[in-house]
Write a protein that binds this ligand. Structure first.
Ligand code: HSE
Length: 418
């Protein structure tokens, strides 16, 4: 695309994000961008924009030589991928916020960008209004990133806040998240962690050059968390959050997952409530940085799309520096985790798989333990998702050298300290 050329947009989708973008663009004349046509699925739905703007024929957008940018914000990932690939092949720049589509087709999209030389930007696909992708790409354009820890799903954070701080029940909290436009059309994607892991696989690419299908990353959502777990959290002065984490281990490999986690009250992530997202980045010399902002909703997501459109005016494109210039990192499953597990009956828990168990509580109805387990034992066999069991990571859960920890623990025990 030529420098500072007017952006003539073909918009796919007029839902929460599409309509938000349309409204924001009308209030941002300085951008010199306008929507020429909007492609929608249902022509009978009443929409708050001139009728002649809409079409159901995608080719009217994809093959219009005047349209130089396609914005794709629909929820169906396969249809989204078709649209994005055709647009790139037709020499149009693309902005998308479709995390599922991007995460599932990452390698194909990399190849298409290389072959066509066109930009594909997707800041709105992770953490909505927080500019995390561009930050990882540009500010952390080096190999110094130590770890990234984040709340990346607004709906589940909203539900946890409403349930455990405002005593709303799960169904009503979810309903509210849906009404406010935070939840996916299929909210199971939020609740069971699919949306978060899609975002996590995108962030892994920009943080460490790791291209991994979401299915290969260990994840779950908040579906198994119970009120009893929230009570334990309260006793221990913790909050429960759904957290994505990626950490470079001493051997240079990266541990990554998306799981519920206890966070300390004074930690950054405990501060993140409702539909807000938060990202804590640790790097070798800068130490910790915390990014905070709205992670879901119409205008916050549309504002990220708008920022991508603005970046297109100066031909911005992701260089995927960690992947192409620094040598990508590898994921590893070879580390240990400190976990809290609550359950109805001990018979459902494979005790022999734990390195050690350091807390054990046996209530009338609900029991729990805290112990150290190898990550592979969580990945290979999902015993912790069945029989009404719930798994929550302890704060700072990764243990790299279990033998050392065991020895230390033993020496403290011998000295009578623990
Ligand atoms: N359903 C998503 C969320 C929307 O709740 O985070 C923003 O990606």
């Amino acid at each position: 695309m030529e420098a500072h050329k007017k952006l003539t947009i073909g918009l796919f989708g007029f839902g929460v994000v599409g309509e938000g973008l349309y409204k924001i663009l009308q209030q941002t004349p300085s951008l010199n961008a306008s929507v020429k046509k909007v492609c929608i699925k249902n022509p009978h739905k009443k929409r708050d924009a001139p009728k002649e703007l809409f079409t159901t024929d995608r080719n009217e957008l994809l093959f219009d030589p005047e349209i130089n940018v396609i914005v794709e914000v629909i929820s169906e990932s396969e249809a989204g991928f078709e649209i994005v690939s055709t647009a790139l092949k037709n020499k149009k720049a693309v902005v998308s916020s479709s995390k599922k589509m991007i995460a599932e087709h990452f390698r194909e999209l990399l190849k298409l960008q290389e072959e066509t030389g066109e930009s594909l930007l997707y800041e709105g696909s992770a953490c909505a209004s927080i500019p995390v992708i561009r930050n990882l790409e540009e500010y952390y354009d080096n190999d110094l990133l130590h770890s990234i820890r984040a709340i990346v799903n607004g709906s589940t954070n909203f539900i946890l806040t409403k349930m455990f701080e405002e005593r709303l029940d799960f169904q009503n909290a979810l309903l509210l998240a849906q009404q406010l436009g935070f939840a996916e059309s299929d909210p199971v994607l939020d609740i069971e962690g699919y949306d978060a892991v899609n975002k996590w696989s995108i962030l892994l690419a920009h943080a460490y050059g790791i291209i991994e299908k979401p299915d290969n990353i260990l994840f779950t959502g908040i579906q198994n968390i119970r009120l009893d777990d929230a009570m334990v959290a309260k006793e221990k002065n913790f909050d429960i959050k759904l957290v994505g984490q990626a950490k470079k281990l001493l051997n240079g490999k990266v541990a990554a997952y998306v799981l519920p986690q206890f966070v300390t009250h004074n930690g950054h992530l405990a501060f993140v409530k409702n539909e807000y997202n938060g990202v804590v980045i640790e790097s070798n010399f800068a130490d910790q940085q915390f990014f905070y902002g709205k992670g879901a909703g119409s205008f916050p997501t549309a504002s990220a799309v708008l920022s991508d459109l603005s970046a297109l005016r100066y031909q911005y494109r992701y260089e995927y520096k960690k992947l192409y210039h620094h040598g990508p990192h590898d994921l590893t499953d070879d580390f240990y985790m400190m976990v809290y597990v609550s359950f109805d009956d001990l018979k459902y828990i494979p005790k022999e798989k734990f390195e050690w168990i350091e807390e054990w509580h046996s209530g009338e109805t609900r029991k729990y333990l805290v112990g150290c387990i190898h990550f592979q034992n969580l990945k290979d066999d999902k015993w912790w998702k069945t029989n009404n069991t719930s798994l929550i990571l302890m704060p700072d859960p990764i243990i790299e050298d279990v033998e050392l920890r065991k020895l230390k623990k033993k020496s403290l025990e011998l000295a009578g300290i623990v």
